[in-house]
Design a protein around this ligand. Structure first.
Ligand SMILES: [Zn+2]
Ligand SMILES: [Zn+2]
Length: 328
C-alpha cells in the first residue's frame, strides 16, 4: 500500500511506500565503500523469474539486451486512484506506474563504458517507456532517473534506470514550469534558450558543445559538480529529439559520464531526465538532463532551510570537467 501526502507548509508531495523496506540491497552495508556484494542478482539473465514478467524487451541474437518490467517494490502502484477524505490534509491513494529498465545483461557494466550504439538504443527505450507511462490517463508527470551507486540511492548494482509516473505535478516541476511561463510572458522567449545563449557568451561554466547539445554547470547548483545537458534546439520533450539528435546525445552523455567518473573512481551519481508534464502549456518547457554526482549529503541547515551550502563553485567544476578528458 502506498500513499501520497502533501506537506501543508511546503506544498511538497511525499510518497509513503512501506513495501519498499523489503527490497533487496546488494551493496556492502555501512562499509562506506562502494563495493558490491556477490548476492544473486535479480537483474541478471537467467534470473528473470526473480522479477515480474517483462513489459518490453529489446533483443539481439544472444537474448535480451535491454529489459523492462514493473518495479517489484513500487513507490506507487496501479491501485485505483482515490483522493483521501481527510478534510484538513490532502492525500491520494498511491496510484502510479513504476517501471525498471535493466540497461544491459552484463552484471558489471558501468554505464559510462557502454558503447555509444548501446546508449543510443537505451535512450530510445527510455523514450518509448516515458511515452507509454505518460499515455495512461491518470498520469500527470513522468520522471526517468538512474541511481548509480549506493550514495545515489541504488540498492542493486546491476545498471538500471527507473520510470516513475505520478498522478500529480510535483512541487519542483510546478515551480520550474511557473518560471518558464513567467519568463515567456515577460519576454516572449524561453528562459533555457536564453540561458544557453548567456552561458555561451560567459564561457565560464560551459563544459562542452557539439552540433546539437551543450553541457554546463548551472550557475546556482545545489550539488557540487552538478552538470546539465541541454539540447540547443528548443525541444520540450524527449520524443521531439530527432534520430540524429538522439545518436548525438548518446555520445555526448557517455563523454559527460566519463568526466564525472574522473572526479573519483566508483563515484555515485544520479541522472534525471527533466520532462514537461502532461498539462504543461504547449511549447513552454525546454527539455534537459541533470547529472548529479553525489558528493556530500543534506545536513541540518539544508533540511531546515532548503538553502544549500555548496563548497564547489560551478566555474571550478566546469574547468575541472573541461580538463578531465582532453579534446574529447
Ligand atoms: Zn546482475
Ligand atoms: Zn528553449
Amino acid at each position: 500500500m502506498s500513499q501520497m501526502r502533501k506537506d501543508v507548509f511546503s506544498g511538497e508531495w511525499v510518497i509513503f511506500a512501506s513495501n519498499r523496506k523489503n527490497k533487496p540491497y546488494n551493496y556492502k552495508r555501512g562499509s562506506g565503500i562502494e563495493e558490491k556484494e556477490d548476492n544473486i542478482c535479480p537483474f541478471c539473465p537467467e534470473n528473470e523469474n526473480m522479477t515480474p514478467p517483462a513489459v518490453f524487451e529489446l533483443k539481439d541474437s544472444n537474448g535480451w539486451e535491454i529489459r523492462v518490467f514493473d518495479n517489484m517494490y513500487p513507490a506507487l502502484n496501479g491501485q485505483e486512484f482515490e483522493k483521501d477524505s481527510d478534510s484538513f490534509y490532502e492525500s491520494f491513494n498511491g496510484f502510479g506506474i513504476h517501471e525498471v529498465i535493466v540497461d544491459t545483461p552484463k552484471h558489471s557494466m558501468d554505464i559510462a563504458n557502454a558503447s555509444e550504439e548501446h546508449l543510443y538504443r537505451l535512450l530510445r527505450v527510455i523514450n518509448q517507456r516515458l511515452n507509454k507511462v505518460l499515455s495512461n490517463d491518470m498520469i500527470e508527470y513522468v520522471q526517468v532517473f538512474k541511481n548509480n551507486g549506493p550514495y545515489a540511492g541504488a540498492s542493486i548494482s546491476h545498471s538500471h534506470c527507473q520510470v516513475l509516473g505520478v498522478p500529480v505535478l510535483t512541487s519542483e516541476q510546478e515551480a520550474a514550469f511557473a518560471v518558464f511561463e513567467k519568463y515567456r510572458d515577460k519576454t516572449g522567449r524561453c528562459i533555457m534558450c536564453d540561458m544557453i545563449k548567456h552561458e555561451k557568451e560567459a564561457e565560464k561554466r560551459i563544459v562542452k558543445e557539439n552540433d546539437f547539445f551543450v553541457s554546463f554547470t548551472p550557475y546556482a547548483s545545489r550539488q557540487s559538480f552538478e552538470m546539465w545537458i541541454v539540447p540547443k534546439r528548443h525541444v520540450q520533450t524527449m520524443s521531439e529529439l530527432s534520430d540524429d539528435e538522439l545518436k548525438s546525445l548518446a555520445g555526448f552523455l557517455k563523454d559527460m559520464l566519463i568526466r564525472i567518473e574522473s572526479i573519483r573512481k566508483g563515484i555515485s551519481f544520479n541522472i534525471c531526465i527533466q520532462e514537461k508534464a502532461k498539462s504543461t502549456k504547449d511549447g513552454l518547457f525546454h527539455w534537459y538532463i541533470r547529472l548529479l554526482p553525489r558528493i556530500g549529503s543534506w545536513a541540518g541547515f539544508e533540511y531546515a532551510t532548503r538553502c544549500f551550502i555548496n563548497p564547489v563553485l560551478p566555474e571550478y567544476a566546469a574547468q575541472f570537467y573541461r580538463n578531465a578528458v582532453n579534446n574529447k
